[in-house]
Design a protein around this ligand. Sequence first.
Ligand code: NAP
Length: 489
Amino acid sequence: MNREPSILIIGAGFAGLGMALELQRHGLTNFSILEKAADLGGVWRENTYPGAACDVPSPLYSWSFEPKTDWPRRFSHQADIHEYMRGVAEKHGLPAKIEFGVEVTEAEFDEQSGIWRVRTSDGVTHIADILIPAVGQLSRPAMPNLPGIDSFTGAAFHSAEWDHSVDLTGKRVACIGTGASAIQYIPAIQPKVAQLTLFQRSAAWVLPKFDTEYSALHKAMFKHVPITRLAERFAIWGLFEVLALALTDIPAMKTPVVALADRHRRAQVPDPVLRDKLTPDYAAGCKRGLFSNEYLPALGQPNVQVETTAIEAVTPTGIRTADGVEHPVDVIIYGTGFKGTEFLAPMHIYGLNGRKLADEWSAEGARAYLGMSVPGFPNLFMMYGPNTNVGSGSIIYMLESQARYIRQVAEYLAARPGWFLAAKPEVEQDWDDWLQRRLKDTPWNFCSSWYRNASGRITNNWPGATALFRWKTSTFKPSDYDEERAAAR
Ligand code: NAP
């Protein structure tokens, strides 16, 4: 007997859409997607700040089976990526499979019938054989815990919730944070503001960005001579794999990368005092390495001040630093990142015997076999789950590996209606032991970042090349899973 399992995907970003495309490409059409927003796109819908772009080149940061030959430039801007996602989704009829404006609040596995009951904020209960949360790691903005933060009387917003109604022209602007988002919007807003004060807690490691606008000739070649497009994709993939190996397996390869960053800083920041401030005091690779040709020069402009004294409080009129200095500003922009280690929050997920997923993870943090399956939570497969984020590479490549694996699970369950499976505890433990051994010597241990949770465990990053993850997830092995048949089916 073969009965297609019903599949519910949560989230219509690159993960959820990619999962749907993978299922559909293999003839599995009994799925639907729940999306809390009014549009698809995930982080590429949400992050509209000035200068928003991807720091992974588009030939690689795109679905392998949906190549685009006419990207305007190598490192695409947010609007072009969002348009690409929408175009591919529409081409494959996905919008009809997406229910927009519904937020999942709770999901509970019913052992008797072997199904997931998924409740949404509108009070509806959805059911499915397989539940695939694809909610990303970077969808919930994190605001800093600063005294007086609510007392500020000017405009204030997070980079992922950019308030486009605020005209920054001629304003005194405070920017907090020096991550991948900040280094994109700071050079974009610097020319128009009167004064920009960057509150820097840690300097960023900045590498040159080998960006280019694609000419008509490029586009014609990519379209008519596919090997040229594939060659570029392959070269970019190889370069990012080398950088990934420098972070994990072959630290000696970091030396030339560090030298490149040092040279970039020397060339772009002639003022030695400023350069000193902008020189990181932690190991390269610990936080995400950033690519920009505009960020460091923007910080050298006369209307910019880089403040490295810690913030003591936000006041009604600005920011006070620990040295007692008041910095009056009109606008505060929080480029303070996301709640990356709180996987699947704020959803409440209940598995076998009513076990709550957040409780399972409360001691150490999120963990899952292959980043996808948790013992005791049958037929639940996460996309972009624990330890699947890349320090270097394209997350879409990682998501395609996960989608292929989960599709194999769906095919397996199609031949076994009523059965459910979850990773064996000992298999998950072996997996985690292996991960921890590899993570132990990575640079991510030597500073704080969104890759680590409060207990110091690295919950987000994949320790290795993306090819290693592809290999580890290439074949679904039923023997890795506990299987049971639902009594009521
Ligand atoms: P982030 O990398 O987490 O950076 C947050 C920044 O805020 C850090 O500089 C942090 O300082 C600072 N910060 C936090 N609390 C602070 C406080 N109380 N006082 C002073 N500074 C404070 O966030 P993000 O820049 O939004 O980037 C997050 C991730 O999104 C990236 O790592 C990347 O994966 C993704 N992203 C990707 C792209 C892309 O092009 N593909 C673009 C944007 C974002 P410390 O470093 O000292 O903690």
